[in-house]
Design a protein around this ligand. Structure first.
Ligand code: ACM
Ligand code: ZN
Length: 748
């Protein structure tokens, strides 16, 4: 879709004043002329019968929210539509002169033209609508512009799903990936197999807090729900009116515990297990025997009746082969089909589905694991574990949707602030989403043609309500769409300005919940002479914050601090409980823990992994202690053994007490180290060992405290991790992660 053929010829003599509008995603071409189009009243007239009832209802609702009426008329409408055969189906043009003309070739472009028009109108004066005189020509770069929604881990009503789709349409998304089945709940009525929803649609408990928390606690309450086939038809028809294709996902062969709870005979062991209330990856998956394949194909028969989508998603991710390797029926399938291992067996399983869908005129799409053991000829790949799967699939000539965790997982945290609701982990602020490019850097132009677009995934283990779901999606979805729509997207700062000027209040008026994370001033910590300096950076360069020190009054109680201005905290000056007030009435508290090495020069060897290296060595001596709920920036993470850190105390000093913190979060492969050693030196040549201790602890955050009673200028800390993650645990056999934060030293 790169070479756009527009029907409209641009008048070269028009004066181009500036090319910024409020429209998101940013249009391909914008040209202003001098003057304005001013319309008395607050009604835009269009020709009756131009849109279907549902489209008109949606457009009316959204224009009304902005105080603009849409009225149908048969004579001289203000907005006229011109259909041209030349433009692409999603392309549209807007020409505001003495009237408003929208050109398009297909219904989709016509709808998008209206969506953009809404964002052009200045309605701030009562009873008058003002538009700039402008020409816009626009078309998307990618054809797959998707958002995904997991309704298994948490369930959302039909009304909520439709509301989600409606907001998607207003931002020109065209693909809704509906993740309908997973371990924790089967959510689509299948008439041939009623137990899928009767039994598989409900779990009797749900894990509380993060699934890595120890000990685990559960809420023992029945949870679930499902969509009837009538409801599914309603959603699909609604989405189609808004030019959104609904791609259903029926997970196989893994993430199938809910189905197996209903029909245990489809598993390898045949034993009943309940619908789990815990998140994760489970060993019990569909057996690869013929009966399971037949069952899934029967399920697909009903799915195909409900969903006209060309692509049908069959999952394919995270299917452990533990059961298959031990199963005589699976071994039989391997023998009969001359398969060498369980990866080839997975490939065989997916190929059977691919063939089934292909015979019925559809196409299979699956997560990038479907590449393992050989990809079926017609399959498309959704690349989630980074870009490698997408690159490989494109090289093999398969269609690819890019959805790498690093840019597209909207279940990740969007800021490091404690006000963020509990999330699965990961760190994906708005600015990072904005950097997404669906075309991986090292793909050739030829191979890049196979990238059909991208999408964000919204896994809902930690998203119990629709309100919170919107919070996770907006505004990040708008940043994502820039990468999917724009041929050349503007700078992040320009996008941010348009978002803040128009879309934040637009979403507010439409009652779409959003994260305000970008409004939280960012704390920057720097080394300062004999201590550290803190400064806060908000979006508004002229904002003044109120800073109060409610514990230590060396700062003088409460005072104003400008955006970006720094305050210094000296070593040995005690503990500070800092309260920052921003945006009028919002507050954040920071606990700054004293130590006599705040900001001290510190070396680390090896360097932390680049994902967990925020502020490098200063992180260890910045006064802020790593906590249990971390969002990517508090802890330094190492995945190579024997971490050595050397702290310079400036002069030979009498050392009293020492502390260090380690994180213990085994579900994320983070383990306490086996042991550590502390040595001191006056010259960095001769070292004297002061303490060597084994490390033990049951807490998630463990602080080790050591009385050193020694002297020296340099303190060396050597941390010795356990060699391998023990058998029977997630990541068994791998080197564990060591997460370290804040070393404190107190001198005499
Ligand atoms: C996935 O996130 N397991 C596709
Ligand atoms: Zn089996």
């Amino acid at each position: 879709m790169k070479n756009l053929l527009f029907a409209i010829v641009i008048s070269i003599s028009a004066v181009s004043i500036y090319a910024q509008t409020n429209i998101l995603p940013t249009p391909s071409f914008v040209e202003y002329s001098e003057g304005q189009f001013v319309l008395e009243g607050n009604a835009l007239t269009i020709k009756s019968g131009t849109f279907t009832r549902e489209q008109l209802r949606v457009l009316e609702t959204h224009f009304n929210t902005q105080g603009i009426q849409i009225k149908e008329t048969d004579s001289n409408p203000v907005v006229t539509f011109f259909q041209s055969k030349v433009v692409l189906p999603e392309a549209y043009g807007i020409d505001v002169g003495d009237n408003i003309r929208i050109s398009y070739s297909a219904a989709m472009g016509q709808f998008y033209g209206m969506v953009s028009l809404l964002q052009l109108i200045d309605h701030s004066e009562e009873n008058v609508l003002i538009l700039p005189k402008i020409k816009i020509e626009d078309a998307p770069q990618f054809e797959w512009r998707g958002l995904h929604m997991d309704v298994s881990r948490h369930f959302y009503t039909v009304e909520e799903v439709k509301d989600f789709i409606e907001t998607m349409a207003m931002y020109k998304f065209n693909t809704f990936h509906w993740h309908l089945t997973d371990d924790q709940g089967w959510r689509i009525e299948i008439k041939q197999y009623p137990k899928l929803t009767e039994i598989g649609g409900y779990r009797d408990s749900t894990v509380i807090g993060h699934y890595t928390d120890t000990p685990r606690q559960y809420e023992h309450k029945k949870y679930g729900g499902f969509y009837t086939q009538e409801e599914i038809k309603e959603v699909v028809a609604f989405a189609a009116e808004l030019h959104i294709n609904v791609v259903p996902e029926i997970e196989m062969p893994g993430h199938s515990r809910a189905a197996l709870a209903a029909y245990p005979e489809l598993s390898c062991t045949g034993e009943f297990q309940n619908v789990p209330g815990l998140w994760g990856v489970f060993d019990d998956i569909y057996c690869s025997k013929e009966e399971s394949i037949e069952f899934l194909q029967n399920v697909l028969d009903e799915v195909l009746e409900l969903f006209p989508s060309e692509f049908i998603h069959i999952g394919g991710d995270e299917a452990p082969k533990t059961r298959w390797n031990d199963c005589s029926k699976c071994k039989n399938v391997m023998e009969q089909n001359e398969l060498h291992d369980s990866h080839e067996l997975q490939s065989y399983f997916i190929k059977r589905m691919d063939q089934y869908l292909t015979e019925r005129g559809r196409k299979l799409i699956g997560w990038d694991e479907i590449l393992e053991g050989g990809l079926s000829p017609n399959a498309a790949v959704m690349s989630w574990r980074g870009e490698a799967g997408g690159i490989e699939a494109a090289k093999q000539g398969h269609s690819v949707v890019m959805s790498p965790t690093s840019y597209c997982y909207f279940d990740y945290y969007q800021s490091s602030h404690e006000s963020e609701p509990l999330a699965i982990g990961g760190f994906l602020p708005l600015e990072k989403v904005y950097e997404f490019n669906p075309i991986p850097a090292d793909l050739t132009k030829e191979d890049a043609k196979f990238i059909s677009g991208g999408q964000a995934n919204v896994w809902t283990e930690y998203i119990p309500t629709y309100d919170q779901l919107e919070y996770m999606v907006y505004p990040r979805a708008l940043a994502l769409m820039q990468s999917l729509w724009c041929q050349k997207k503007p700078e992040y700062s320009e996008f941010l300005k348009v978002y803040l000027d128009f879309h934040e209040s637009y979403l507010e008026e439409r009652e779409v919940n959003r994260a305000a994370s970008i409004h939280i001033p960012e704390l920057k910590i720097e080394r300062a002479h004999d201590g550290v300096a803190y400064s806060w950076w908000g979006l508004d360069p002229n904002e003044e914050f109120v800073l109060g020190d409610s514990y230590n009054h060396t700062l003088g109680g409460i005072f104003y601090i400008k955006n970006g201005e720094s305050v210094q905290f000296d070593r040995g000056n005690g503990y500070h409980s800092l309260m920052l007030e921003y945006n009028g009435d919002q507050q954040i508290t920071y606990n700054l823990h004293e130590s006599d090495i705040l900001g001290a020069e510190t070396e680390m060897n090896p360097a932390p992994h680049k994902k967990y290296n925020h502020n490098a060595s200063l992180n260890l001596v910045d006064g802020i202690l790593g906590t249990e709920r971390w969002k990517g920036d508090q802890w330094l993470g190492f995945n190579k053994p024997n971490v050595e850190m050397i702290i310079d105390l400036d002069t030979i000093t009498s050392i009293d007490f020492f502390t260090i913190g380690f994180l213990n979060q085994n579900g994320s492969w983070i383990y306490l180290p086996d042991s550590m050693k502390v040595s001191v030196s006056d010259d960095r040549i001769e070292w004297t060992k002061v303490k060597e201790v084994a490390i033990e602890g049951d807490e998630i955050v463990n602080r080790i405290e050591l009385q050193l009673n020694t002297t020296g200028q340099y303190v060396k800390v050597e941390v010795i991790p356990m060699e391998k993650i023990p058998e029977g645990r997630g990541g068994a056999g791998s080197t564990p992660w060591t997460f370290i934060d804040e070393i404190q030293i107190f001198t005499k």
